[in-house]
Write a protein that binds this ligand. Structure first.
Ligand SMILES: Cc1cc2nc3c(=O)[nH]c(=O)nc-3n(C[C@H](O)[C@H](O)[C@H](O)COP(=O)(O)OP(=O)(O)OC[C@H]3O[C@@H](n4cnc5c(N)ncnc54)[C@H](O)[C@@H]3O)c2cc1C
Length: 246
């Protein structure tokens, strides 16, 4: 009977983790494995943190990225240690985090953060073909500012040579999402303490023209109307778990 239920859940389309190491164990109901959830977080963010084991110990480096289907593209100087590691058959771990709010509970213990995050494990592969490199570089620019490639001068062959591009497969990935208000203990609910959520949404300031830009050159539409995120993840109400952390 139990086996039949488990089988039915899988057949209902609930995505399963691709490997045991990406299974969210701490508050597993916050875990997501379907590509739509993972891609939505990756597409909204633009800074990832790449963790790898360097010669002197673990290192975590923040960097920009772009996504194309099942690939997360990273770029940088050829001597970049993170990119060198990622392109030599070594495991890396990449994470992307979006912050949606601060959660103020009645007790200090139950304070939390609303977030959407992705963790990816994989072995990177270097892009050596010049045309594919150009495409990946354009992808990263487009990921930061959609529409920008139509205006920006494309990289020269020398600039392409001076950039290392590596992609990490999105095969082994998990998302974790916390939404909703504080989850206070029953006995704290009557405390005379304000509790709730302080939503955090990204604010885009007015564009500032660079020195030398002609006074009559107006910022393009994709700059003046630039938006990023700002929506609170749908769905989950507080899940009733006692733990604040995780
Ligand atoms: C902004 C932010 C703040 C947080 N603050 C805290 C905090 O203060 N204390 C705390 O304990 N935890 C915090 N977390 C949650 C934290 O990321 C871990 O999920 C949690 O600590 C459980 O760790 P674990 O090693 O027990 O995870 P496990 O559930 O054992 O992890 C197993 C696997 O699940 C996946 N996984 C775990 N966490 C995440 C994640 N966040 N996103 C995507 N995949 C994941 C990974 O593949 C991991 O290998 C925070 C998360 C975010 C995004």
């Amino acid at each position: 009977m139990v086996m039949a239920q488990a089988h039915r859940r899988r057949n209902d389309g609930e995505a399963q983790p691709a490997s045991s190491r990406v299974r969210v164990r701490r508050l597993p109901e916050r875990g997501r494995y379907e590509r739509e959830s993972i891609d939505a977080i990756l597409d909204e963010g633009f800074v990832c943190h790449v963790g790898f084991l360097g010669p002197e110990g673990p290192v975590v480096i923040p960097t920009a990225y772009g996504r194309d289907g099942d690939r997360l593209y990273l770029h940088g100087a050829p001597a970049n240690a993170m990119l060198q590691t990622a392109s030599t058959g070594t495991q890396v771990c990449v994470s992307v985090t979006l912050i949606d709010g601060l959660v103020l509970a009645r007790s200090a213990f139950h304070h939390s953060i609303n977030y959407r995050s992705v963790v990816i494990y994989g072995i990177g592969e270097e892009v050596t073909d010049a045309d594919e490199k150009r495409r990946a570089l354009a992808l990263i620019v487009e990921h930061l500012v959609p529409g920008r490639n139509a205006d920006a001068r494309p990289p020269t062959p020398a600039e392409v040579r001076a950039t290392r591009v590596v992609w990490v497969p999105l095969r082994e990935a998990s998302a974790k999402v916390r939404t909703g208000g504080p989850i206070d203990d029953e006995e704290d609910l009557a405390l005379p303490v304000w509790a709730g959520e302080l939503p955090i949404v990204p604010a885009i300031g007015p564009p500032v023209a660079a020195e030398g830009v002609a006074a009559d050159r107006r910022a393009p539409g994709y700059v003046t109307t630039y938006r990023r995120g700002g929506s609170i993840a749908p769905g989950a109400a507080p899940d009733g778990e006692a733990a604040a952390l995780g």
